[in-house]
Design a protein around this ligand. Structure first.
Ligand SMILES: O=c1ccn([C@@H]2O[C@H](COP(=O)(O)OP(=O)(O)O[C@H]3O[C@H](CO)[C@@H](O)[C@H](O)[C@H]3O)[C@@H](O)[C@H]2O)c(=O)[nH]1
Ligand SMILES: [Mn+2]
Length: 465
């Protein structure tokens, strides 16, 4: 304060060697032009052999060249970003915004509950004030097994979060961490606690897998938690009332980990489904989560993660905030997309299942021109833009509480659950702009691309990679 010097929260660097690449690219283009000229000049006359083969080759070369020219645009101006998380802490540590994290799942067989809760645990353990963090699991299968797994995860989190903090564990998905570590031989206390926490994890895993094998939740477990009573009236995964349970309420002083620190809010949601009502797949689930979370935590920032991906970096939330909270440029940025990394890829990855070119080259290229696409997972949005806020040069970052936050503070947990159930119903979207002007767009299998490109970026918002 008191100085005009502005220390940005992030910097943008142009990739080195761009000039060399452009020269190379132009030289290739000249070569391509020669090929076209040759083809055009030597087209066999009418009646000569091979005339149509020649024309066919010309057509395909023109087509490939067009494709090549388009891909060059994505390589022309790549940029890299660097964040200053220490500055973020210095300026905002006491006033960091609330963050709501949405994990979506849709099938307890194809997406096993153990995988799902590992994703949930990885985001619950972000290096972020837990009183500002809320995690929501949307279960489109409405499976009591997934609910049970989440319930177990909420108990395991009481041990896992302090362990992560104490030993700066990375990655914070327990399964990925245990896979990547043999017994640590560094510090004796780490090795001891590692074994304890690993044992707890394996016990939890056994219990969940046993229930999965059995195909139902044992009665002694069901009777212990009132949440299971919501399945008594359950009819089928495509036809049921909203099932919603706040498993951890961060406003509750008893919601503590074993070291006495608050746990983040944790919510299970299976939105209402009716056969006669289109559920709009993941976009529908995300929109229900947007409404439900506005009644429970109303975080200004939203992270969306697919249940088959975990967060492999506990600092990424702070990285994202460096972009969104930057005083000079932050207000133009609608979302921050992170790269996806894949495990279990074959050795040579001959079909490029790891999407290397997209994430290592092209997204950096798009970032030089106003930002990458919304990739559907690993993306931090402003709640405002996801809910359809139009871009406006006057827009200013405002992280202070609003009227809605006051309503949340004053309500009991039951009241929050009741209010949330209302907005997770199928009826509440009828004759509204949800799926059209608000929330994720409906009617397209790649809801992420159309939401990011056609509705957010086309209005003038930028994004960052
Ligand atoms: O009715 C549904 C169907 C799917 N999902 C969830 O949506 C996510 C993505 O579905 P998936 O089948 O894994 O699709 P992918 O092709 O792997 O996903 C990529 O492509 C999708 C469509 O563009 C994006 O939504 C994803 O984020 C992106 O990772 C998963 O977590 C699912 O559980 C639901 O919640 N409800
Ligand atoms: Mn997937």
């Amino acid at each position: 304060m008191g100085t005009d010097e502005y220390d940005p929260l992030f910097e943008t660097k142009k990739v080195k060697g761009r000039v060399m690449f452009r020269l190379f690219s132009v030289s290739l283009f000249v070569g391509i032009c020669f090929i076209w000229a040759y083809r055009l000049k030597h087209i066999p006359k009418e009646g000569e052999d091979g005339r149509w083969v020649w024309i066919g080759l010309l057509g395909s070369e023109l087509w490939f060249s067009l494709y090549w020219v388009l891909t060059q645009a994505l390589r022309w101006n790549p940029v890299y970003r660097h964040t200053f998380k220490d500055r973020l802490s210095q300026r905002y540590e006491k006033n960091l915004p609330g963050v709501d994290i949405f994990v979506c799942t849709a099938d307890p067989v194809l997406e096993p509950p153990m995988m799902v809760i590992n994703t949930v645990l990885s985001v619950m353990a972000y290096d972020y004030p837990t009183e500002k963090l809320s995690v929501y699991l949307s279960d489109d299968a409405g499976s009591d097994l997934t609910f049970y797994a989440l319930l177990e995860a909420s108990s395991f989190a009481e041990y896992w979060l302090p362990f992560c903090k104490k030993f700066k564990v990375e990655p914070r998905s327990p399964a990925a961490y245990f896979r990547s570590m043999a017994i640590p031989n560094a510090a004796a206390n780490l090795a001891r606690e590692f074994l304890v926490i690993k044992k707890l994890y394996e016990d939890m895993e056994n219990q969940i897998e046993n229930a999965a094998k059995l195909g139902r939740i044992p009665e002694e477990i069901r009777s212990k938690h009132k949440g299971f009573s919501q399945w008594d009236s359950y009819s089928s995964r495509r036809d049921h009332d909203t099932i919603l349970q706040i498993l951890v309420d961060r406003r509750d002083p008893n919601a503590q980990d074993v070291d006495g620190f608050l746990l983040p809010t944790l919510v299970y949601l299976a939105r209402e489904k009716r056969p006669q009502h289109p559920h709009n797949f993941k976009a529908g689930a995300m929109n229900a989560l947007l409404r439900v979370s506005s009644k429970i935590s109303n975080g200004k920032i939203i992270l969306n993660v697919d249940c088959d991906m975990y967060s492999n970096n506990s600092q990424s939330l702070r990285d994202a905030l460096c972009f969104l909270m930057d005083e000079e440029k932050g207000h133009e940025i609608a979302f921050v997309q992170f790269a996806q990394k894949f495990e279990n890829i074959t050795k040579n990855d001959i079909y490029s299942n790891s999407l290397r070119i997209i994430f290592e080259v092209e997204f950096h290229g798009m970032d030089g021109y106003g930002g990458p696409l919304y990739g559907g997972t690993g993306c931090f949005h402003r709640r405002d833009t996801l809910c359809g806020r139009k871009f406006n040069t006057e827009y200013k970052n405002d992280w202070s509480d609003d009227q809605n936050d006051q309503l949340i503070i004053e309500a009991s947990k039951n009241e929050l659950e009741e209010r949330s159930k209302e907005v997770a119903s199928t009826a509440c979207e009828e004759n509204t702009q949800w799926g059209k002007e608000m929330g994720l767009r409906y009617g397209c299998p790649v809801e992420d691309v159309i939401t990011g490109c056609l509705s957010i970026q086309s209005q003038g918002w930028k994004s960052v990679y």
